[in-house]
Write a protein of this length. Structure first.
Length: 102
């Protein structure tokens, strides 16, 4: 029962989200390529947006799903998510000889 509740609760909460999708989508607005670019430059745009209120990390209005898909690819594939960490963690195996305690 707890697992079922854990699965149903997030979907119930997302149903309460109010959006104005019709006013946020415009046919001649930024599309896939600009979404890709905005996703790629997201880290820089986010830092700049903290200090300059006129800079946003997401274009509104945009043309909808294709902009979102480009934005997602820009962040995950080409942007922040694509970089590998320079730190490599390796498991260390320490060989310890067992001593007999008599």
């Amino acid at each position: 029962m707890k697992r079922l509740l854990a699965l149903v609760a997030p979907f119930t909460l997302t149903a309460c989200a109010a959006t104005e999708a019709a006013s946020a989508v415009a046919p001649n607005a930024p599309g896939f390529l600009l979404g890709l670019w905005h996703g790629f430059i997201f880290p820089v745009a986010w830092i700049v947006s903290l200090f300059m209120p006129s800079v946003a990390v997401y274009a509104v209005p945009n043309n909808g799903g294709w902009y979102d898909f480009g934005y997602f690819l820009g962040i995950v594939v080409f942007g922040v998510g694509a970089r590998k960490s320079q730190v490599v963690y390796k498991d260390r195996v320490i060989n310890v000889r067992a001593r007999r305690i008599d």
